[in-house]
Every structure is written in C-alpha cells, then in structure tokens.
Design a protein around this ligand. Structure first.
Ligand code: ADP
Ligand code: MG
Length: 240
C-alpha cells in the first residue's frame, strides 16, 4: 500500500464478461502527476479506464486508488473515493439541461470546484446552461463531460481521448484547460490520447498499450520518452 500513489495497478487483467481485453497491466501514477496512455485503436485503453472506474470486469490483479484497494467497489463508491471519469462517448444526459448535467454529479467539497468555477473554465457552457444535453455540439459535449467530472471534485481524473473528433480551435481550448488542470494541486490525471505529440506535451510519464499489454513504458518518467519507439507502437498512420 502506498498513499503517495493516486493510482496503482499490478498485473491487472480486465475485460467484458469472460472476454479478456487487458492482460497483466502495471501502472503507477504518483499523486499530482499526469500519466498518458497511448496505443492504437482497439488495444484496450478504454477498457482499462472503464475497469479503473468499476465498469469493465476485473479478472485479476490489484487496483488501488490513493493506497486503497477499490476491487469490488461499485462505480459510485469509486466516485466517492475521488475517481472522476470522462468516458470516450461523453455520456451526456440528453434530456437534462446543461445545468442539470453539471449538478447531477456535484459532490461539493470545502475548497473544491463550484458551478461558478466550472463555468469560468468553460464559458461556453455558461451560455448554454438552459440548453438540453441533446442540443450541444461535439465540443460542447466534451466540455460538459469534463465539467461534470470536475463537479465531482475528483482527486484522480480519467480522461478518455478528450480531443477526439473535435475542431482544431476546440482542441486548442481544451489543451489550455488541461494545462490548468495539470497545475491544480493534488489532482492526478490519467490521460488516454492517440495524438503522440499532444500526449508527450502533457507528461513525461508514458505507457503504450498494445493488444492489452504494456508494450512500452519509460519507467515512471525516469528515462525520456523514446518517440521513435512510441510511434512504431502507437502511431496512427498519416500522423506526424
Ligand atoms: N462496453 C464494451 N462492451 C463490450 N466490449 C467492449 C466494450 N468496450 C470495448 N470493448 C471491446 O474491447 C476491445 C478493446 O476496445 P477498447 O478498450 O475500446 O480499445 P481502445 O480504447 O484502445 O480503442 C475491443 O474488442 C472492443 O470491442
Ligand atoms: Mg477507446
């Protein structure tokens, strides 16, 4: 047990029902740091995050959040322990307004995120408070999914490809938001990203998954990321 680690898993095997997708993954994320997980489509990145949140099944291995095993805990109990999750599909409630989407996840904490602060981070959401979740652009949905996660005042934030499919101007804005979040004291971030350049800008702690296994890591950031190696394992064709 190590309370200095926001997240630790060893030999983690996970999947859907009986099907195993993630096989023997070790991760260590110190509190307050960012870890990026790279990998091609279908290698199990989302399954890994989903298992940390308590959705995908854990088949074997340890899984600890802030030094405490979360094995067997339901997703809401993990949220209560400070795990925030922005799923790849965003999962906005379509029939709720933007405001309701934000408040439904609120878990107020002394000194924590408030609705006002989330709207200051995402001014666009402030202009859309009364709109339904089903009336938002992709970029607005992503902002809402991130804002909703922050309303839960996470200590460990799981972000699954937050920039995917968004216009460059929105990506740029979200990069700014991620920079601010990275600077937030005590917040640890596990970022799944397919853009290698973007990922390496955010952290020097890199893990590349391939077919459910760690195919490369740079030893908790002790050695500089080997860009050529990472590109060979995780490169999307056509990406520079
Ligand atoms: N919710 C789900 N239910 C069942 N199978 C899933 C689910 N999500 C992903 N999978 C399966 O798990 C495998 C890995 O997918 P995924 O974890 O989404 O990879 P990645 O995020 O790296 O693209 C795929 O075979 C996919 O079909
Ligand atoms: Mg995915």
């Amino acid at each position: 047990m190590d309370e200095g680690l926001a997240l630790r898993c060893e030999g983690l095997c996970a999947g859907w029902g009986e099907t195993q997708v993630v096989s023997g993954v070790d991760l260590r994320l110190p509190a307050g740091e960012v870890l990026v997980v790279l990998g091609r489509n279908g290698v199990g990145k989302s399954t890994l995050l989903s298992c940390i949140m308590g959705r995908a099944a854990r088949h074997a291995g340890t899984l600890e959040v802030a030094g405490r095993s979360v094995v067997g805990l339901a997703p809401f109990a993990r949220a209560r322990l400070g795990v925030g999750y922005v799923p790849q599909e965003r999962e906005i409630f379509p029939s709720l307004s933007v405001r309701e989407n934000l408040l439904v996840a609120a878990r107020p904490q002394p000194g924590g995120w408030t609705l006002e602060q989330v709207l200051e981070l995402f001014p666009r959401l402030g202009e859309r408070l009364r709109n339904g979740g089903n009336q938002l652009s992709g970029g607005e949905q992503q902002m809402l999914a991130m804002g909703r996660a922050l309303m839960g005042n996470p200590r460990l934030l799981l972000l699954d490809e937050p920039m995917e499919g968004l216009a460059p101007v929105i990506v740029e804005m979200l990069v700014g938001v991620l920079r601010r979040l990275r600077a937030q004291a005590g917040l640890s971030i596990l970022l799944v990203e397919q853009h290698i350049g973007l990922a390496l800008e955010f952290s020097d702690r890199v893990v590349v998954l391939d077919r459910g296994q760690v195919a490369y890591d740079n030893q908790d950031g002790l050695v500089p990321p080997d860009r050529a190696r990472i590109e060979a394992l995780a490169g999307v064709s056509g990406e520079g």
